[in-house]
Design a protein around this ligand. Structure first.
Ligand SMILES: CCCCCCCCCCCCCCCCCC(=O)SCCNC(=O)CCNC(=O)[C@H](O)C(C)(C)COP(=O)(O)OP(=O)(O)OC[C@H]1O[C@@H](n2cnc3c(N)ncnc32)[C@H](O)[C@@H]1OP(=O)(O)O
Ligand SMILES: Cc1cc2nc3c(=O)[nH]c(=O)nc-3n(C[C@H](O)[C@H](O)[C@H](O)COP(=O)(O)OP(=O)(O)OC[C@H]3O[C@@H](n4cnc5c(N)ncnc54)[C@H](O)[C@@H]3O)c2cc1C
Length: 668
C-alpha cells in the first residue's frame, strides 16, 4: 500500500503561497509564450502520463535488460510521436533531441543519434535526392542509423581518422576499410545492435590519392534479418558510466562495397568518371557537429534547471538545525550557505537557456547563408557554438554536483536522479568535441580577431567588444551597475586576449613554429576563451532583462529576473576577480560591497526560489526524483523506493545461506 499522502508538503505549499509571482507567469516566459507552453504540456500529457513507473527503476537491471527495455520504450515513444505527427519542439527545434521526451526514455535512447543527429547530417551534407532517399527512410524508421565518426585511436583529431573509402572506377562503387585496430569506429550511439546503417566519415581516395574527409551512407546490417553484412564486425562497446541504454558501438569494415551515390554529395562530389569536385569550404563537413553543439547548450541548460528544481524543492521541505538556538529547526533553504549552492545554479540555467536562443538564431541564419553559397559567418558560428558548448557543459557538470551536495546524503541516492543527470552532463563535456580541444579552437579564433582589431578591421559581432577594449584599457568610472559589471568582464577578456596574443607572438619571434607556439600558449588560450564565453552569456542575460523584451512583462516578473541577473553578474565578477583586478583596481570597499550585494541577492531570490523552479515546469516523470517531486512528499518516496529494492524482496537472501552463514559458523 502506498504511503504517499495525497496532499502537498505544507512547507512547499507555503513557499508557493508567499511568492511574489505565480509559477505560471514564469513558465510562460521561460517557454517563450502561452502557445509554446501549451504545446509542451500537451506533448508531455500524451507521452508521459500513461507510462509504467517501473521504467524509471532501470538501475536495478543488467546491461542487457536495460538495452531491451530501452528499445521497447523507444518504440512506444516513436509510435506516439508518429500518431501526433509532430516534427517540432515548442521552441521550434527538431522534436527528437528535445527534453520533452526524456521522461519516456530514462536510461537514454538507443536511437538518439539516429533521430537527433543523422537525419540532420543527411539534410546538411546530402543532396535533396539523397535526403529524399536516406533522410526520409530514417524519419520513417524503415532505416535505423548511427553517426560513426570516432575511432578507437582518434576522436578529436579528425584529420587523423584512418577509415578509408577507395573509389572503384570499374564498378562505380566505394570500397570501405578500417585497416587497423585503431581505425575501428568506437563509441557511436546506437551502433552496437540498433542501427542497420551508419554515416561513416572516412578519407576519400581516388586512384590512391587522398581527397580528404567525406561522408558515406554504409549499410551494416541486413534489412530483413538484421544480421551483420559480410565484411562488417559490429557490437556494443560495453557498460559506460552513464548512457546505460544508448548502445554505443564498435564497427570494423573489411572491403565493404557501397554505390558511389552513397557518398553524401551536397558540398563535394565524385562523378562517374572519378572526377572529384571539392567542397567550396572544406570545414562544411564539420557543420553537423556545429548543430549538435548548439543543441547540447539547450540540453544542459535544461538539465541544470532539473537538478536545481530537485535540490530547491528538497531544501524547502527538509528541516535541519535551528539558526537561533532556541527556535525550531529551519528549512535548510534558510541557511545562507545553502542558498549560495542553489540559487546561482538556477540563475546559470536561465543564462544558458537565453544564450542558446541567441546561438540558435545565429545557427539558423548561418544555415540559410550556406544554402545560398555564403560562408562568411562560419568562423564566428563555429567559435560561438564551441565556447557555449564548453562553458555550459563544464559549469553545469560542476553545478549539478553542487546541487547533489546540497541534498546531503539523500542526494547520493540513485532515486534522487541527480546522479543520472550528472552522468549525462558529464558525457557532454567529452562528446561532440572534447572541451579543452574546443576551447583551443576558440582561443585560435580570438587570436585572429585580436589581430584584426589591432589592424583596425571590422570584427564579427560577438567579438566586436574587443575593438573598443583594444583602446579602452580600463573603466574610467566604476558605478557597479550591471552595465559596468559586463564592461569590466569584457575589458578583462580583452586584456587576457591581449597578453595571450603577446605571449604567442613572443614565442613565434623566438623561433617556435606556429603549432609549437600555440601549444605552449595553450593554458592562456583556453582561459581567454572561457572569459569570452562568459561575456557572451552575461551580455545576453543583461539584454533580456533590460532590453526591449522586458516591456511586455509584469513589473513583478521583471523584478524576479532582475534579482537573478544581479546574482549572476555578481557571482561571475567575484569568480573572475583575479582577472578583473588586472584591469581595474577595485578598492577594498568596492569589493566588500560586491560581497554584500551577493548576500543581498541570495536573500532577494529566496522567497521566489520554489516558484521559479515550478516555472521551469518539469513534469514529475521527467524529474523522476524522490527528492524533487511537485508534492514534496520526500520521506515517503524515499521509504517506498527502499521497500522496492530487489534485495528486500525476501527476508534472507540466498547468498546468506550459501556463503555468509557458513563463513560465520566456521569462525565460531
Ligand atoms: C541520449 C543523449 C542525449 C543528449 C543530447 C545531446 C544533443 C542532442 C543530439 C542527439 C543526441 C546526441 C548524443 C551524443 C552524440 C555525440 C556524437 C559525437 O560525439 S560525434 C563525434 C564528434 N567529434 C568531434 O566533435 C571531434 C572534435 N574535433 C574537431 O571538431 C576537429 O577535429 C577540430 C576542430 C578539433 C580540429 O580540426 P582540424 O581539421 O584539425 O582543424 P584546425 O584546428 O586545423 O582548423 C582549421 C580551420 O577549420 C576551422 N574549423 C574547425 N571546425 C570547424 C567547424 N565545425 N565549423 C567551421 N570551421 C571549423 C577552424 O576554426 C580553422 O579555421 P582557421 O583558423 O584556419 O580559419
Ligand atoms: C557518451 C558518448 C557518446 C558518444 N557518441 C558518439 C557518436 O555517436 N559518434 C561518434 O562518432 N563519436 C561519439 N563519441 C565519441 C566522442 O565524440 C569523442 O570521445 C570525443 O570527440 C573526444 O575524443 P577522444 O575520445 O579522442 O578524446 P582525446 O582527444 O583522446 O582526449 C583525451 C585528452 O587529450 C586531450 N587532447 C587531445 N587532443 C588535444 C589537443 N589537440 N590539444 C590539447 N589537448 C588535447 C584532451 O583535452 C583530453 O584531455 C561519444 C563519446 C561519449 C563519451
Amino acid at each position: 500500500m502506498s504511503l504517499l499522502p495525497k496532499t502537498v508538503n505544507p512547507d512547499l505549499q507555503k513557499e508557493r503561497d508567499n511568492a511574489s509571482i505565480k509559477a505560471e507567469e514564469f513558465a510562460v516566459w521561460w517557454h517563450g509564450g502561452k502557445d509554446r507552453l501549451k504545446i509542451k504540456r500537451d506533448l508531455e500529457l500524451h507521452i508521459l502520463d500513461d507510462l509504467d513507473e517501473d521504467i524509471y527503476r532501470f538501475p536495478n537491471l543488467s546491461h542487457e535488460e536495460i538495452y531491451n527495455a530501452a528499445i521497447k520504450d523507444f518504440i512506444k515513444l516513436a509510435k506516439k510521436i508518429q500518431e501526433l505527427k509532430v516534427e517540432r519542439n515548442y521552441d521550434g527545434t527538431d522534436i527528437w533531441p528535445s527534453s520533452v521526451l526524456w521522461g519516456a526514455m530514462p536510461a537514454g535512447n538507443p536511437l538518439a543519434v539516429h533521430c537527433g543527429m543523422v537525419i540532420e547530417c543527411i539534410r546538411i551534407q546530402g543532396t535533396d535526392e539523397q535526403f529524399e532517399k536516406f533522410g526520409k527512410a530514417c524519419q520513417s524508421f524503415s532505416m535505423t542509423s548511427a553517426y560513426a565518426q570516432t575511432e578507437l585511436g582518434h576522436g578529436t583529431f579528425i584529420r587523423g581518422l584512418e577509415t578509408r573509402a577507395d573509389f572503384d572506377h570499374h564498378t562505380d562503387e566505394f570500397v570501405l576499410n578500417t585497416p587497423t585496430i585503431s581505425s575501428y569506429k568506437w563509441w557511436p550511439g546506437g551502433m552496437g545492435q540498433s542501427a542497420n546503417h551508419c554515416i561513416v566519415p572516412a578519407n576519400l581516395y581516388i586512384d590512391n590519392v587522398c581527397k580528404g574527409l567525406a561522408m558515406f551512407v554504409v549499410p551494416i546490417r541486413d534489412m530483413e534479418t538484421h544480421a551483420p553484412l559480410p565484411g562488417v564486425d559490429v557490437g556494443d562497446i560495453g557498460k559506460r558510466m552513464g548512457f546505460a541504454g544508448v548502445n554505443n558501438g564498435y564497427l570494423g569494415l573489411k572491403n565493404v562495397r557501397i554505390p558511389r551515390t552513397n557518398m553524401l554529395m551536397r558540398h563535394s562530389q565524385v562523378h562517374r568518371d572519378g572526377t572529384f569536385v571539392q567542397s567550396p569550404v572544406s570545414v562544411l563537413t564539420y557543420f553537423t557537429m556545429v548543430y549538435i553543439r548548439c543543441l547540447i547548450v539547450r540540453n544542459v541548460a535544461t538539465q541544470l534547471s532539473m537538478a536545481a528544481t530537485i535540490a530547491t524543492r528538497y531544501s524547502a521541505v527538509r528541516r535541519q538545525s535551528p539558526i537561533n538556538p532556541n527556535e525550531p529547526e529551519v528549512q535548510i533553504i534558510d541557511h545562507l550557505t545553502q542558498q549560495k549552492k542553489l540559487f546561482p545554479e538556477m540563475a546559470n540555467s536561465i543564462a544558458y537557456k537565453l544564450a542558446f536562443t541567441k546561438l540558435y538564431q545565429l545557427y539558423e541564419t548561418t544555415s540559410q547563408d550556406i544554402k545560398h553559397g555564403e560562408f562568411s559567418r562560419l568562423p564566428e558560428m563555429h567559435s560561438l557554438s564551441c565556447i557555449l558548448k564548453v562553458l555550459c557543459t563544464s559549469t553545469t557538470m560542476a553545478g549539478v554536483d553542487i546541487l547533489r551536495l546540497a541534498c546531503g546524503g539523500h542526494g547520493y541516492l540513485s532515486s534522487s536522479n541527480i546522479g543520472n543527470i550528472y552522468l549525462d552532463v558529464g558525457a557532454s563535456c567529452t562528446y561532440e568535441g572534447e572541451n579543452t580541444v574546443l576551447l583551443l579552437q576558440v582561443g585560435r579564433f580570438l587570436m585572429k580577431s585580436y589581430r584584426s582589431a589591432l589592424a583596425g578591421k571590422k570584427l564579427a559581432p560577438t567579438v566586436a567588444y574587443l575593438q573598443n577594449a583594444v583602446k579602452e584599457k580600463s573603466l574610467c568610472h566604476w558605478t557597479g551597475s550591471w552595465e559596468d559589471l559586463l564592461k569590466i568582464l569584457q575589458i578583462a577578456t580583452a586584456h587576457k586576449t591581449h597578453i595571450t596574443y603577446e605571449n604567442l607572438m613572443a614565442r613565434l619571434k623566438a623561433g617556435q613554429t606556429e603549432a609549437e607556439a600555440a601549444n605552449n600558449t595553450g593554458i592562456e588560450l583556453t582561459q581567454a576563451a572561457e572569459l569570452h564565453g562568459i561575456c557572451f552569456v552575461a551580455a545576453t542575460f543583461l539584454e533580456e532583462v533590460t532590453g526591449p523584451h522586458s516591456k511586455p512583462r509584469s513589473p513583478a516578473l521583471n523584478k524576479v529576473l532582475g534579482n537573478l541577473l544581479e546574482l549572476f553578474m555578481i557571482s561571475t565578477v567575484l569568480k573572475y576577480m583575479h582577472e578583473v583586478l588586472r584591469v581595474h583596481k577595485l578598492s577594498e570597499a568596492e569589493i566588500r560591497s560586491l560581497q554584500t550585494r551577493l548576500e543581498d541577492s541570495l536573500k532577494a531570490v529566496r522567497p521566489d526560489a520554489v516558484v521559479i523552479c515550478d516555472g521551469f515546469d518539469h513534469h514529475d516523470r521527467n524529474l523522476f526524483s524522490t527528492l524533487g517531486s511537485y508534492d514534496g512528499n520526500v520521506y515517503e518516496r524515499i521509504f517506498e523506493e527502499a521497500k522496492r529494492c530487489p534485495l528486500n524482496k525476501q527476508p534472507v537472501p540466498e547468498v546468506i545461506h550459501t556463503h555468509l552463514k557458513p563463513f560465520m559458523k566456521s569462525n565460531l
